[in-house]
Design a protein around this ligand. Structure first.
Ligand SMILES: [Zn+2]
Length: 169
């Protein structure tokens, strides 16, 4: 879609069709991540498509309907919350770290379940005792939820417009 050519033997130069960002080596995972999370100019539905695709790929060991996962995410609590110490990080810092973790996970193709590995949790806590790594479902779910909410707004708008059209004509 946005890459000029990705050969099976190597990655070629690529350029984002929407924002013109260029990569010397257009590795698919980078382009997918760009379109899903970084590109400011690509249309919402394109972003939605790639976000879903990336998350599906990450979760492909536990196939299931996306809707079901989304529902679970909203009610599930963070399993690592018992690691909380008395001085929690400011929300903005926690969010920034979550974003960094998400980016690392997606770019490196690490399964979301790894975030719940006790050794990984231990590692995070050694690095920053106040940081509580997100649960697997939070990591994969928050973005899905945000995206779903955005899509809903869009669909509502479309319905509104078509209703107006019908009324006017
Ligand atoms: Zn772009």
């Amino acid at each position: 879609m946005q890459n000029e050519r990705i050969g099976s033997t190597g990655h070629y130069r690529a350029r984002c069709y929407y924002c013109s960002k260029e990569w010397a080596k257009g590795e698919p995972v980078k382009l997918e991540f760009h379109l899903g999370y970084e590109c400011a100019k690509c249309p919402e539905r394109v972003r939605e498509y790639w976000v879903t695709k990336i998350i599906d790929k990450q979760n492909n060991y536990q196939r299931g309907p996306v809707n079901k996962r989304k529902k679970m995410d909203s009610t599930q609590t963070n399993i690592t919350s018992h690691f909380k110490n008395d001085e929690p990080l400011p929300v903005s810092e926690q969010n920034a770290l979550d974003q960094a973790v998400l980016k690392a996970w997606v770019i490196a193709g690490i399964p979301f379940s790894v975030i719940e590995n006790p050794f990984i949790i231990d590692l995070f806590m050694r690095l920053n005792l106040a940081y509580i790594p997100p649960s697997r479902t939070t990591l994969s779910g928050r973005i899905l939820k945000e995206e779903a909410a955005k899509v809903k707004v869009k669909i509502d708008k479309i319905f509104e417009q078509s209703e107006n059209l019908t009324l006017c004509e």
